[in-house]
Design a protein around this ligand. Structure first.
Ligand SMILES: [Zn+2]
Ligand SMILES: [Zn+2]
Length: 240
């Protein structure tokens, strides 16, 4: 399985950094956690067949995690008609928004295009990849996701209030993709040890924090050694 960090920025796009979007590739299938950037462009740039998209999961409705769904639905409504992945959004507001957006541009959902609302607990399992949602306190509809595939467990924190406040109650994790915008990343140290997390990837952080951000990351890396930690950048990828 490969995890590709397509967009690692926080709520504001920055030079060379798109908003939140992570791709998981398992045996030729592509799944996305969040779509804060134009998913259709990501697929085109990487020459990924649209029909290989097998699931899109949105952690919460803030624009930097969800707006990229709109161009994806627009292009797959009339052109890439073979792309019908299950798409899970955090609430009915996004279901409505997708409908209004397509309507405004003169498109409509094909009957086979799928759009559902995430529910807490395990809400997706296609036999290749399983996704479980855990409520967080960042926004009324925010959730973290536990993704399981090929015997590995990956935690995506989504946006959270902070370590020690609403860190997901999940243990024995092969890789944790943790946000860095609403907290100091050095505060993750205790959670990483307590939850038996075996590798750490910080995304959704801003370069605006500049030096303090990297200093706090270096502190984190030293404090959890020998657990590997990476400050992700757009296009970086790992194999699990
Ligand atoms: Zn965000
Ligand atoms: Zn948010």
């Amino acid at each position: 399985m490969r995890i590709i960090f397509e967009g690692t920025s926080h709520g504001v796009p920055e030079a060379g950094k798109k908003c939140a979007c992570t791709r998981i590739e398992v045996g030729g299938r592509n799944y996305f956690i969040d779509a804060g950037c134009d998913l259709a462009q990501v697929l085109a740039d990487k020459r990924i067949p649209f029909e290989s998209v097998s699931g899109i999961f949105i952690t919460h409705s803030h624009m930097d995690h969800s707006v990229g769904l709109l161009p994806f639905y627009a292009i797959t409504s009339w052109y890439y008609r073979e792309a019908d992945p299950p798409v899970y959004v955090p609430g009915e507001n996004l279901v409505k928004l997708v409908g209004q957006f397509l309507d405004a541009y003169g498109y409509e959902l094909r009957p086979t295009q799928k759009l559902e609302v995430v529910r807490e607990g395990t809400f997706f399992d296609d036999g290749v990849l399983k996704v479980t949602a855990i409520k967080t306190m960042h926004a009324p509809d925010s959730r973290a996701f536990l993704v399981e595939a090929e015997g590995k467990r990956i935690l995506f924190s989504g946006d959270i209030k902070g370590p020690g406040i609403d860190f997901p109650d999940i243990y024995d994790i092969d890789a944790a993709v943790l946000e860095g915008a609403h907290l100091w990343v050095n505060d993750y140290v205790d959670e990483i040890k307590k939850h038996n997390i075996r590798s750490v990837y910080i995304n959704h952080y801003g370069n605006y924090l500049g030096r303090p951000n990297s200093e706090r990351f270096v502190y984190l890396r030293n404090a959890i050694d020998p657990i590997p930690a990476m400050l992700t950048t757009d296009g970086a990828e790992i194999t699990l």
